[in-house]
Design a protein around this ligand. Sequence first.
Ligand SMILES: [Zn+2]
Length: 298
Amino acid sequence: MRRPNYFASRGFDRAGHRRQDPEWMAGALRHPDARVLLVRRAEVALDPAQRLVQVAAWEGLVPDHGLVFLGEDADGAPVFCVDVGVMADAEEASGADAFRFVDLRGAAMVLPEDEANRAAYASAMLTWHARHRFCGACGEPTTTDWAGHVRRCPGCGAEHFPRTDPVIIVLCTAGDSCLLGRQRIWPPQMWSALAGFVEPGESLEDAVRREVMEEAGVLVAEPVYHSSQPWPFPMSLMLGFHAPVGDAPTEVVVDTNELEDARWFGRDELTDAVADGGVMLPPPFSIARQLVDSWLGT
Ligand SMILES: [Zn+2]
C-alpha cells in the first residue's frame, strides 16, 4: 500500500457520532487533555519548534462560536479548532505564548504529517464557516450546530454541510515522456501536472479528458487513478491520475488563456533539468510532485 499523501489522515478518528451529542461535547470541553488548535483561516499557529500549537481547552469555549470539534486522538483526547477571527479573545484566553500564525503552505514545509492533516482539516472547516454565514437559498444569517459540522438557516430551514471541491490533476505520459504545463503566475522554472476543477455533470474521467484536451490539445482515452489529497487552499480535494496516451508524444496545442506553456519532457531530459535547476517541480508535499516522482520511479 502506498503512503497516504501529505495532508491526508494517518488514521485520525473524526468521531462523527459525537457531533450531535451536546452532553458529550460539553464534557469533552472539560476533558483535562482536550486540545485546541488556533487557526486564523488559512493560517495556523506554530510554536517556536515549528509544531502545531495545541493548547488545553479553556472556560468560555462554545461549539457554536468559532469552535469546531475535529475528532479524538488515539489516547481519547478530544481535538478542537478555534477561529481566532470569530472568537476575538481566543488568542489571549488560550494562554498560548510565543506562537506565530503561519500560512498553511509555509506550515506544510515544516509540519509532521499527522499535524499537517489536522491543520488542513481545521483550516478547510473554518474557511467553510466563514463563507457560509448566510443561507445560499434565502439569504438569512445561518447558525451552527453539530459541534460546527452543519449550518442551519432559521429563515427557510435549509441545512448546509461542509463543502469540498473536487479537482482532477493528471500526468499524461507517452512512452518515455510526460506532459507538463506552467501558469504565467508561477516562478519561471516551475512546471507541473495539468489540473482543473470537476464541473457539474462530469465524471472524474470526463474531467481529465476535458482538461487535457482544453489545455494541451492532447487526447486521453483511459485515465488511471493514482491517489487523492486533501488540498486546503482553501477547501479542495485533489484526485490524481496518470494518463498514458500512447507510445510517442503527440502534438501539443496550448490554450494560452489557461497556461503559459505545456510540452512533453523526456524522462532523462526532465531528470537532468531538475538536477541543474532548469526545471523546478512542485514541492514534495504536493500530489503533483507525487505523480511525477512515481512516474520517474524516484
Ligand atoms: Zn435559508
